[in-house]
Design a protein around this ligand. Structure first.
Ligand code: F6P
Length: 352
């Protein structure tokens, strides 16, 4: 049976989304001869019953396929839930725009919203995980994480020279919301001296002692500190009223605290990488994962297998019931896991 399938991107943008769209449209049209439409701005597009025809032939730029290396999403996206005040209208849209199935590419929060709609509206849904935070459960890869990780490591590679030249402590604040995956991976790969993540309590005293040891025992006069945006700013030097969580300048907070806690003069500088981490050209790994996810999503629809999220497990694409994934979200760093142990074995201060 010839199908008409929809595809949407939801939640924060990240590199690799267009690669999924490219692969899904290519496979659906070439292999199955289906029609594929994009739904702009996720639930906003559904609410407004807007669709954009997608065709592999529409993308060629004198033979170059721009979607493979284009960041962001050509469909647009939203990461607010305010369209949900119009749930009934959104539910009716699926039939109104004549969809046989829907591929939703989203993260922890947005997949939850789309899944709830799909259950209520009996939609045929296949979900694909994307997030630079890497906090979607059940999958070893999520689209966008690898590119963001490489962007951070590239930033550390640059900042380390200024740190070393000026004997400075460079503090690099990275995204991740409540999860420390980006900070932990980039800190190890970038050669950080201190990594602070939401999952592991730290002390300012511990950081200061570590910096002192670096200087006195190892004659290292500069340091790199990677701070996840979601760390708690509660320390032994702060009263409860000044405790904050994500998005409050945690890098700056650490800079101020370590300047006060040591007898040595610590010259600190803070770089908040911000949305640089969400932009740019997708890495080869993100392109590959996205391409495989796009292809398998279409195959699942061909098998009429729905309510599944694609996941990367043991070197291949696997599927999980979306509800099972949602129940396990968010997936946080295991404080006793291999990566944390590795960081400690390298002498990195990572808290308790
Ligand atoms: O979830 C991805 C993410 O980039 C987080 O790391 C960050 O905290 C958040 O989105 C920023 O979202 P917004 O686009 O709403 O500022």
């Amino acid at each position: 049976m010839k199908k008409r399938i929809g595809i949407l991107t939801s939640g924060g943008d990240c590199p690799g989304l267009n690669c999924v769209i490219r692969a899904a449209v290519s496979h659906a049209t070439r292999t199955y001869d289906w029609q594929v439409v994009g739904i702009p701005y996720s639930t906003q597009g559904l609410l407004e019953r807007k669709t954009v025809p997608l065709s592999v032939h529409g993308w060629d730029l004198r033979g170059i396929d721009p979607l493979l290396n284009m960041g962001g999403t050509i469909l647009g996206t939203i990461n607010k839930g305010d369209t949900l005040d119009h749930t009934d209208e959104i539910l009716a849209s699926y039939e109104a725009i004549a969809l046989d199935a829907l591929i939703a590419i989203g993260g922890d929060g947005s997949l939850n919203i789309i899944h709830q709609l799909a259950v209520l509206g009996h939609w045929n849904l296949v979900a694909i995980p994307k997030t630079i935070d890497h906090d979607v459960a059940c999958t070893e890869r999520s689209i966008g994480f690898d590119t963001a990780l490489n962007t951070i490591v590239d930033a550390i590679n640059r900042l380390i020279f200024t740190a070393a030249s000026h004997d400075r402590v460079m503090i690099i604040e990275v995204m991740g919301r409540t999860a420390g995956h980006l900070a932990l991976h980039s800190g190890i790969a970038g050669g950080a001296d201190v990594i602070l993540i939401p999952e592991i309590p730290y002390t300012i005293k511990g950081i200061c002692e570590h910096l002192t040891e670096l200087r006195d025992r190892w004659q290292k006069k500069f340091a790199i500190i990677v701070v996840a945006e979601g760390i708690s700013a509660c320390s032994e030097n702060a009263d409860d009223s000044s405790c904050t969580t994500a998005k409050c300048g945690q890098g700056q907070y650490i800079a101020e605290q370590i300047a006060n806690c040591s007898h040595q003069l610590i010259d600190t500088r803070v770089s908040v990488l911000g949305y640089i981490q969400r932009g740019g050209i997708p890495s080869a790994l993100d392109r590959l994962t996205a391409t495989m996810f796009g292809k398998v999503a279409v195959d699942l629809i061909a098998q009429n297998k729905y309510d599944q999220m694609l996941a990367w497990q043991n070197g291949r694409v696997a599927t999980f019931p979306i509800q099972d994934v949602i129940d396990k979200n968010p997936s946080l760093v295991d404080p006793n896991g291999d990566l944390v142990q590795t960081a400690r074995s390298l002498g990195i201060y990572i808290g308790e």
